[in-house]
Design a protein around this ligand. Structure first.
Ligand SMILES: Nc1nc2c(ncn2[C@@H]2O[C@H](COP(=O)(O)OP(=O)(O)OP(=O)(O)O)[C@@H](O)[C@H]2O)c(=O)[nH]1
Ligand SMILES: [Mg+2]
Length: 188
């Protein structure tokens, strides 16, 4: 059986749930008392899709400002970047846009970008509209999905979409509207 390795990094503000997304994907568990990441952490998970094994090599970066300068070490060799924001915190969406700009300027040219609006279980305190985030993602040809690491919503789907996109197509030529498999909306 063919084995494909995919290096993926997670970027985004502190507290948006990057480590929780990785933890949910790799261990299928959730820790409400998880600590902020120091530096970065590395995990792998191998998944079988049809007749291929996909090994995700995941670099989970630290969102705290003091670690910001380390990020290029992790995104430079990545096939895909998952940029995470928190749907209940508008400022984390601004941070996400800064990451997109930085990736465009300094990241690998064909890096697949996926945007994850995490904590979609908290719709009562939502600050970022799904439509606005989806429009933005379409404008930069990025995958978009709202996730909940807490309730295990769209976490596997996020990684499946990424593996479908790589390496056949880069982020630049991908049109999420027409080509990517659909992921269901967030149903809490
Ligand atoms: N309600 C809810 N809380 C979440 C979700 N994902 C993460 N959290 C909580 O958000 C807080 C921060 O989660 P982390 O996974 O540590 O966030 P992070 O992005 O890795 O933060 P840094 O490592 O500092 O960059 C924790 O208290 C989590 O339990 C989610 O989907 N829903
Ligand atoms: Mg973390």
């Amino acid at each position: 059986m063919a084995l494909r390795e995919l290096k993926v990094c997670l970027l985004g503000d502190t507290g948006v749930g990057k480590s929780s997304i990785v933890w949910r994907f790799v261990e299928d568990s959730f820790d409400p008392n998880i600590n902020p990441t120091i530096g970065a952490s590395f995990m792998t998970k191998t998944v079988q899709y049809q007749n291929e094994l996909h090994k995700f090599l995941i670099w989970d970066t630290a969102g705290q400002e003091r670690f910001r300068a380390l990020a290029p070490m992790y995104y430079r060799g990545s096939a895909a970047a998952i940029i995470v924001y928190d749907i209940t915190k508008e400022e984390t969406f601004s941070t996400l846009k800064n990451w997109v700009r930085e990736l465009r300027q300094h990241g690998p040219p064909n890096i697949v970008v996926a945007i994850a609006g995490n904590k979609c279980d908290l719709i009562d305190v939502r600050e970022v509209m799904e439509r606005d985030a989806k429009d933005y993602a379409d404008s930069i040809h990025a995958i978009f999905v709202e996730t909940s690491a807490k309730n295990a919503i769209n976490i596997n789907e996020l990684f499946i979409e990424i593996s479908h996109l790589h390496p056949q197509r880069g982020a630049q030529t991908h049109s999420p509207e027409s080509k990517s498999p659909r992921v269901a909306g967030c149903t809490h």
